[in-house]
Write a protein that binds this ligand. Structure first.
Ligand code: PMP
Length: 412
């Protein structure tokens, strides 16, 4: 028996296929490419050999011999999985060692690792900010920060991207007016949250100005260094080190999944912050810990950052060269200041076509379209790595030049 009016044989999820058809019609449907090689400067994607400009493997650590060795040896000794969440039975020596090492590397009291950068953000924000608090967030912050804010009971306000004058104004008002819902009682905490490097534009947060504004109004600062970890600062210590702001940023989130080459995220800050996250952070409490191999490979990666700073030098030399040449060819690379170099395309159809033509020319560079970026700001998002040779970058530039002329994006 079915309820009156319901069609007995209809598919209750039929709307999904309709929505997919609509996305395809608007050129907004993104099929996944399949990689059948290791993640490296040259990859095999959907059976084709290509030069990749699409990974976050900034330093080539995903295939670094020391990381692979650490993962293999630790798997032999400790097995493939951890078997439990950290707070029950899945807290192994290797997890603790990684955190001690990361805290030392970042010059903070304590670190707690999470299963990913995404869960680090969704874990930490609701723990530190609740209904008596206010979160102040940059307009272009990452989806995981947005989800973390959604999971928090704290109200939030958004300031225009990198607009520190607007931020100061918001902080001034929040401090002078207090909580609208509680007769103007002061907020317990005002938390300013920003990406360190913005993942779609490759620009760097004005952290010194943000910290100065926060200090003026007694707010705390949280920075998400997903794309700055291993990229900015001495030995890749991140934006706090880059701007010499040690001790003045209260929460640093980092990822172990990009330049560090493996998987995971972490929150770096005070011992009290770590202790409280262990009690309350939901992804930490309710999801199994990393396999020992993951923690061991991350630990090896931190050692590589300390021992082989020349990898970061190569990353930046490649970045400067590639970005400069793209601009010289006439491409609009937006506000980028880091190895993330967007090449602006306008609409999503153009971005999709451009990416497909690059693919045919032997270059793997993915289009980023709405809703990740605004409808008219579709782009090809490129990331060079330390592993790319100048010859490989030149082949990519030649392909960009050819396709750019062909599609009328740059002059003939
Ligand atoms: N924050 C930012 C700014 C990111 O770009 C990303 C990854 N896209 C994350 C967090 C999530 O990191 P992970 O891949 O480790 O989950």
């Amino acid at each position: 028996m079915t309820a009156e009016g319901a069609r007995p044989n209809s598919n209750p999820l039929g709307f999904l296929a309709d929505e997919i058809a609509e996305l395809k019609r608007q050129n907004l449907y993104r099929p996944m490419r399949v990689l059948s090689s290791p993640q490296a400067a040259e990859v095999v994607v959907d059976g084709a050999e290509l030069i990749s400009l699409s990974s976050n493997n900034y330093l080539g650590l995903a295939t670094h011999p020391k990381l692979k060795e650490a993962a293999i040896a630790t798997t032999r000794d400790f097995g493939a999985g951890s078997g439990a969440v950290r707070t029950i039975a899945g807290n192994m020596t290797i997890h603790e060692r990684l955190e001690t090492e990361l805290a030392d590397f970042k010059h903070v009291e304590a670190v707690l690792t999470f299963q990913s950068g995404f869960t680090a953000n969704t874990g930490v924000i609701p723990v530190v900010a609740g209904e008596n608090d206010l979160i102040v967030s940059d307009a272009l912050n990452h989806a995981s920060i947005i989800d973390g804010m959604r999971m928090s009971k704290a109200p939030r306000v958004v300031f225009p991207h990198k607009d520190t004058a607007a931020l100061r104004e918001l902080l001034r008002e929040a401090r002078s007016k207090g909580r609208a819902d509680a007769g103007g009682r002061p907020y317990r905490l005002i938390l300013v949250v920003t990406d360190g490097v913005f993942s779609m534009d490759g620009d760097i947060a004005p952290l010194p100005e943000i910290v100065a504004a926060a200090e003026e109004f007694g707010a705390a600062v949280m920075v998400d260094d997903a794309h700055a970890s291993g990229v900015l600062g001495r030995n890749g210590r991140g934006t706090v080190d880059h701007f010499d702001l040690h001790g003045r940023v209260h929460i640093q989130v980092g990822t172990l999944s990009k330049a560090i080459g493996v998987l995971g995220g972490y929150v770096a800050g005070s011992q009290a912050l770590r202790d409280m996250l262990i009690q309350r952070a939901r992804p930490f409490l309710f999801s199994t810990s990393h396999p020992p191999a993951v923690a061991a490979a991350c630990l090896a990666a931190i050692q590589v950052l300390r021992d082989e700073p020349e990898l970061i030098d190569r990353l930046w030399a490649n970045t400067t060269y590639f970005k400069g040449e793209l601009r010289r060819l006439g491409f609009d690379t937006g506000a980028s200041e880091t190895p993330i170099t967007p090449v602006m395309m306008g609409d999503s159809a153009m971005a999709g076509r451009f990416s497909q033509r690059l693919f045919e020319e032997g270059v793997f560079a993915q289009a980023v379209v709405y809703p990740t970026v605004p409808l008219d700001r579709a782009r090809i998002r490129t990331i060079v790595t330390a592993e790319h040779s100048t010859e490989q970058l030149d082949l990519c530039l030649a392909a960009f030049s050819k396709v750019g002329r062909e599609l009328g994006l740059i002059g003939a």
